[in-house]
Design a protein. Sequence first.
Length: 76
Amino acid sequence: MTTSDYRKEFKQLKYKPAKLGKYMKHNAPKKRTCGINLKHCRRCNRTRAHIGKYGLHFCRQCFREVAQSLGFKKFA
């Protein structure tokens, strides 16, 4: 389930606190400590194709846009 689906459920259970508590206990997304969704691009917040080397933290698409301004050169 995605986050938007959880918000929909929370809206439906807003007036039933006991059921909401039980639902959150068993179905809320857990806090991630490792994996692909922990690291994200600092420009567009994308989690895939992450470049973290040298502390860049860009996705590959954003890196291509800003590489020249960072001082990287394109080798052909």
